[in-house]
Design a protein around this ligand. Sequence first.
Ligand SMILES: [Zn+2]
Length: 425
Amino acid sequence: MLTMNYTYRIYPTARQQTLMLEWLETCRHLYNKCLRDLKDWIASRKCSLFSCSLVREYIISPDIPFPSYLEQKRQLTQWKKVNPFYKDVHSQVTQDVVKRLHNTWESFKNRGFGFPRYKKYGRYQSFLFPQFANNPIKGNTIKLPKIGEVIINCHRPIPEGFKVKGVRIVSRARGTIWYAVVSIQCDVNVPDPLPFGRGIGIDIGLESFLVTSDNFRVEPSLFFRKLQGRLKVLQRRVSRKNKRSKNWEKAQLKVARLHHKIANSRKNFHFQTSHILCDQADMIFVEDINFKMSAKGFVGKQMLDGGFGQFRDLLSWVCWKRGKYFSQVDHKYTSQICPECGTHTGKKQLKERVHICPECNYQTTRDHASGRVILNRGLESVVPMDCRERKLSGNGVLSGVSCLDKCRSRNTNLRGLEARTLSYG
Ligand SMILES: [Zn+2]
């Protein structure tokens, strides 16, 4: 089963826009209500029945079951009687709100962090129609239940053989820009691309946006920095207005639209870069670094500006679409190992931009070196087992300085793999 999302810009009329904003508010209200019940239930179970403390009381009767998805979905009918405005929203949309909360809850339980939060005003920005009997897009309109026909910019037709599964309506820039994310499905199995052919390793960094193992550089286009001046002016204007006044609202809107523009152009840059990389190779390897953690450090702003996490996700998607193999490799010590001989050269300071190997005198820039290390690791991970062993036995033990360093001994085995092209047989 193949599922894809196509995003289209939609242009609702003023009436439709008001209606959809009302829906979002109702959904937000419902989401917060479900979360309230969930939290209350959990809080009531924190203290045992027989030892009521001064801080916590056992307020919810022990017979009341846990407010699970099914339970809350059942209660929804009751709530609709008490809060009749829930009925204004399409019933499947409200059910999906409950589901959304429980998805967040489940992923919190799995990961151990990210407890669902109350949504503030304006923070609930999308709702989903989960089911469609037939394709709602006809010509340049999309037919949404209860909302009616909305003008859509159908820049790309829905491909043959695909069925529309659901449509998510997304509001951006304080409810002035709208999108319809159409998720489409097809009954085919597309196998994941297999490793073959030429590979490149990609080192993502700050000096250059990325450097491949062939020393191909993509310079960062710092949209944020370019538009930052403009953003600053706009934000200053906001701060001079009376909060929540008409003019404040207008100024805020300008800020929001600029943010939206920055995000869009960044995404566009990421897509273009991904395609350029796919033109160059059949296998692409990147580091499995956690960019969110790195962004907390002192280079945080540039890190987030680069949007590296988003880039990696998009790259993996573009690779899949174009039939290129994509894989992430261990990021540890990528900047400390010599790609030629595998010597551990020790920690480099951030300012050291050159890699000079004391062992084999290999010299190159720091990011190019780590790009090559990433490629080596990637190739190591995809070489068929029997092939790898053959390479191993030919290599033997390194003279002199061979130490027990784990990374090093692993990497020395790669000398035989110097040819970038993998061939089986
Ligand atoms: Zn070396």
